[in-house]
Design a protein around this ligand. Structure first.
Ligand SMILES: [Zn+2]
Length: 456
């Protein structure tokens, strides 16, 4: 096949660009799934409303199978830490085949919701009990295979998890699957980096300051990988964690990190929930991404990110579905805004000026931050970028009489009917007319795997 035969051309009545909607746009997709100028005479019509797919900057795939299983009242002081007990029990049982089955189902659901990339914050490395698998990368490879089956772009972030608290205490029996020393971790990272390609990026994840001692942090950040890779960390999700960090390290987590590492655009600080005004400003000015997961943070009772201070300081943010209590960029962004409305008593909080659209502001911000956190050329429909796009259902009653001025606000705030009709990822159609190309098989295998897990 010649290059021109493999090079396809498309048009859209309205195409979302960083500056706003572009009417009557055309775009070409190369044989390797990148965007470039249209070339062939045959032009396929994509539809009326075409947007870049959304990156999902934070995922723990296995947790999808326990969504809804930790919603029964436990102790009087039920909190994040009681949810974690359920999660640990679940994490103890999963093998590589089950992880692949769960992740593939999750990634199909992500694609259907409009996510075209996922950052997998992956700490379930070893066998139950902590012995490495014969192939130490077995669980990572399960995730890579799941992403390939579903057709989603993956940024795999193997996690360094060394201790059970700021005091350096050893991992508990149930945390042993997560643990590596620095040498083992760097070996895992290097072996996974050999697999990088168009659909796979590998980056560094430090579980949290409580799980990574200072010396280990220094060594990982001095590695060759750290110079070029995205670096993600859970930073300040829980008040208790902030208090422990203050008590033992003498500073709040964000403060401590900035004093001990060169935090810049490579970094994504996940759950930067508990920030002082000074920390919000420091984070914004660093160029790092604040990784926000509003539905999980709500589900776990974490608290609210100081969005106004952060946006006023021109901070970069992106969204993730984290524990997968919800798989919808629409719902993440809607709740990012609603949380602020509920606490401030004001409307249209994310829009920082008169006449500015909240929907446009949030979608644009999350594309930019998500792309940066992923380390992939995504988030924008421009030449050279991956052809990751979504086409909305122009026939939906929710979009009746909507124009370029009202479209994004209606997409985000008009309801729960799925509006994502078609999804292209890396130039491949993975969802057409609301259906994923392999959804029956993947769902059947998921169901069988989760039923087996539940029996244990
Ligand atoms: Zn997380």
């Amino acid at each position: 096949m010649s290059d021109s035969a493999a090079h396809r051309s498309f048009k859209a009545s309205q195409l979302w660009q960083p500056g706003g909607w572009q009417a009557d746009a055309t775009l070409g997709v190369s044989a390797n799934g990148r965007l470039l100028g249209p070339a062939t005479s045959e032009i396929e019509n994509l539809g009326k409303w075409v947007l870049p797919g959304m990156p999902n900057l934070h995922s723990h795939a296995f947790q999808r199978a326990m969504a809804g299983l930790a919603e029964r009242k436990g102790r009087v002081d039920d909190s994040f830490w009681s949810w974690r007990e359920t999660m640990y029990a679940f994490a103890a049982a999963i093998d590589p085949d089950q992880l692949q089955a769960i992740a593939a189902q999750l990634y199909v659901e992500m694609l259907k919701a409009g996510y075209t990339q996922v950052c997998e914050f992956h700490y379930l490395h070893h066998q139950p009990g902590g012995t490495p698998y014969a192939q130490p990368e077995a669980m990572s490879l399960a995730l890579i295979e799941a992403a390939r089956e579903a057709g989603i772009a993956l940024t795999l972030l193997p996690v360094l998890y060394m201790s059970g608290g700021f005091d350096g205490r050893a991992l508990t029996a149930r945390q042993c699957r997560f643990g590596n020393d620095v040498d083992g971790y760097l070996r895992l990272l290097e072996s996974l980096r050999q697999l990088e390609g168009d659909n796979l990026r590998v980056g560094i994840a430090l579980h949290s300051l409580r799980a990574v001692p200072e010396e280990a942090l220094r060594r990982v950040l001095a590695s060759d990988a750290a110079k070029a890779c995205p670096i993600h960390i859970h930073i300040a999700e829980q008040v208790g964690e902030v208090q422990d960090c203050l008590a033992i390290r003498g500073a709040r987590p964000v403060e401590w990190l900035f004093d001990h590492a060169q935090v810049d655009a490579r970094w994504c600080l996940v759950h930067a929930t508990h920030l002082t005004e000074a920390e919000a400003e420091r984070l914004a000015h660093s160029g790092a991404v604040a990784g926000l997961c509003p539905t999980t943070e709500a589900n776990l009772g974490d608290g609210l990110f100081p969005l106004v201070d952060y946006l006023d300081a021109h901070g970069t943010l992106g969204i993730g579905s984290d524990s997968h209590i919800s798989i919808s960029p629409v719902e993440e962004l809607r709740w990012l805004e609603y949380g602020q409305r509920l606490t401030t008593g004001h409307r249209n909080v994310a829009a920082r000026g008169q006449g500015i659209s909240v929907g446009e502001t949030l979608w644009r911000a999350a594309l930019k931050g998500g792309a940066q956190a992923s380390g992939l050329p995504i988030g924008e429909l421009r030449d050279g970028a991956r052809a990751d796009l979504i086409v909305l259902d122009e026939t939906s009653p929710l979009l009746a009489a909507r124009d370029t001025r009202s479209m994004m606000d209606s997409f985000l705030f008009a309801g729960n009917t799925p509006l994502v009709r078609d999804v292209m990822c890396g130039g491949e159609w993975v969802v057409r007319e609301f259906r994923h190309r392999d959804e029956e098989r993947i769902a059947a295998r998921y169901r069988a795997s989760v039923e087996r897990l539940a029996l244990r």
